[in-house]
Write a protein that binds this ligand. Structure first.
Ligand SMILES: [Zn+2]
Length: 480
């Protein structure tokens, strides 16, 4: 029967025409997929991918980097001011399979494999399946691969981007897997699990010397900054500390290179003999470690060190078209909360309040020792005398209130989510005078931020899950 409404008839016809057209587009797309990459796909497939990774850093940390860099360094923070502003920007939800709050192993695994795993697992799903990591996929595609970190090279993030383990604590097993995987560049701390127990700084239980094993496979070995700068080969193992590398505030520049120096060396090595390009992960772990310690000054310097390395990556990208640079982190650490607060508790009126600003930031800028180093200097039984001397020398202008001093000397915590002693208490000393407060010594579920610039960058736009990040990387590497 004919529809008596002619207007409705017109709409039905238009819809049918649209459906036919859409079917045509779908067929055309299917055709592209079966006959290889379309020109558009090929154009957005990068030859090189550089993942710049600040562990524990999300939006508050990034903004603190921007603000402090402008005020104290008088220079732009390229992470926010260039990549986030001009590239593609997205957020990632971070929860693991078994909780709401994530650890670095589960977050890194999701971002590397596209699969959710339990906290502490390294690219192994809850049902025990080893799922392909970004570096495995890249290697299978004939790309060169590199991993750089300020943590131990077997720490959660670099491990999750390349290896597999039921527990991130299997340090010796992870190092063995690196030797089998043969990343073209492997750099950071953690020489302890490359050397046998009984030798200086060695912890391996099987008596093996894995540094010698890498050398036998044709790797150049760098153990300090000068050796790193002199490295000219096509494969490089750089181990600059027995455990984690130092905070910027405590770093000996002759012994340990900066994140930027490591990034530059990695790019130099990886871009040699590289017809299929490379995938490089550069991680600054100190942004996370500072968060656990509630150490705002160390966080600031770690963010600047990271941003200097981003400059190196962007400079490489300018010289090397076809390079995708991605900036991200895995989760937030510390519940970092720059805020306003009462100057003291004599009055709760707003007249007795300060809003943190340049003056308080300059106080942070005058701190010359990390809170982790203060712990080292204090030793197992903190003495009031040593504490006062350290604070006078390295924390000019700060006063330690009696309640915090007593807790530090008695090695007691204030709350059960502040477990890093005495760092969290000293962090509170800094917070009371500067407004740089913290909510925890652990992680929080604040979404991770992704900024991307270069071919394929648009995939990372919008609000996604951390598994989507991994899926995009796999697609960009394999061209599917
Ligand atoms: Zn952490």
């Amino acid at each position: 029967m004919r529809d008596p409404n002619p207007r409705r008839n017109l709409i039905v016809q238009a819809c049918r025409a649209l459906a036919v057209a859409l079917a045509g587009v779908a067929l055309a797309l299917a055709g592209c997929a079966s006959t290889g990459d379309s020109p558009a796909q090929a154009a957005r497939q990068p030859k090189n991918i550089i993942i710049m990774f600040a562990d524990g850093a999300t939006s508050t940390q990034w903004d603190f980097g921007r603000y402090s860099s402008k005020v104290l360094r008088n220079q732009p923070f390229v992470t926010t001011d260039v990549v986030f502003k001009e590239g593609s920007l997205g957020l990632l939800s971070t929860h693991p399979s078994d909780a709401y709050v994530v650890d670095s192993a589960a977050a890194g695994s999701a971002m590397s494999t596209g699969h959710k795993v339990n906290n502490a697992a390294v690219a192994v799903t809850p049902d025990g399946k080893e799922v392909s990591t970004v570096m495995e996929v890249a290697k299978a595609k004939g790309k060169r691969i590199g991993l750089v970190t300020t943590a131990t090279v077997y720490d959660a993030t670099p491990a999750a981007f390349s290896l597999h383990a039921l527990s991130r604590r299997d340090s010796q097993g992870l190092v063995d897997q690196y030797l089998a995987l043969e990343p073209d560049v492997l750099m950071g701390g953690g020489s302890d699990y490359f050397l046998p127990a009984g030798t200086s700084g060695g912890k391996r239980k099987d008596g093996k010397d894995i540094i010698a094993a890498f050398r036998a496979k044709g790797y150049q070995i760098a153990r300090n900054t000068a050796e790193l700068k002199a490295a000219t080969g096509t494969r490089l193992l750089g181990l600059f500390a027995e455990e984690d590398m130092d905070f910027e505030l405590d770093r000996d520049p002759a012994r340990e290179p900066t994140t930027a120096e490591m990034a530059a060396a990695a790019l130099r090595v990886l871009s040699r003999n590289s017809p299929n390009g490379f995938v490089l992960l550069v991680e600054n772990e100190n942004t996370d470690t500072a968060g656990h310690a509630n150490d705002a000054a160390s966080l600031m310097h770690a963010l600047w060190a990271f941003d200097d390395a981003v400059r190196v990556a962007l400079e490489f990208q300018r010289r090397t078209p076809g390079t995708l640079v991605i900036i991200t982190g895995d989760h937030e650490t510390g519940g970092f909360s720059p805020t306003y607060a009462q100057k003291d508790l004599s009055s709760l009126s707003s007249k007795n309040r300060f809003y943190t600003g340049d003056e308080q930031l300059r106080m942070l800028g005058r701190i010359t020792m990390s809170l982790n180093q203060v712990k080292e200097e204090l030793g197992k039984k903190p003495s009031g005398q040593v504490l006062d001397k350290l604070l006078a020398e390295h924390f000019p202008g700060f006063r330690l209130d009696p309640d915090l001093r007593e807790l530090i000397l008695n090695q007691k915590t204030l709350e059960r989510n502040f477990t890093y002693l005495p760092q969290n208490l000293l962090g509170l000393m800094v917070a009371r005078q500067t407004g740089y407060y913290w909510g925890t010594s652990g992680h929080t579920p604040e979404p991770a931020v992704v900024g991307a610039t270069g071919p394929g960058e648009e995939l990372f736009r919008g609000y996604q899950d951390n598994t989507d990040f991994g899926k995009h990387l796999h697609r960009l590497i394999s061209g599917r």
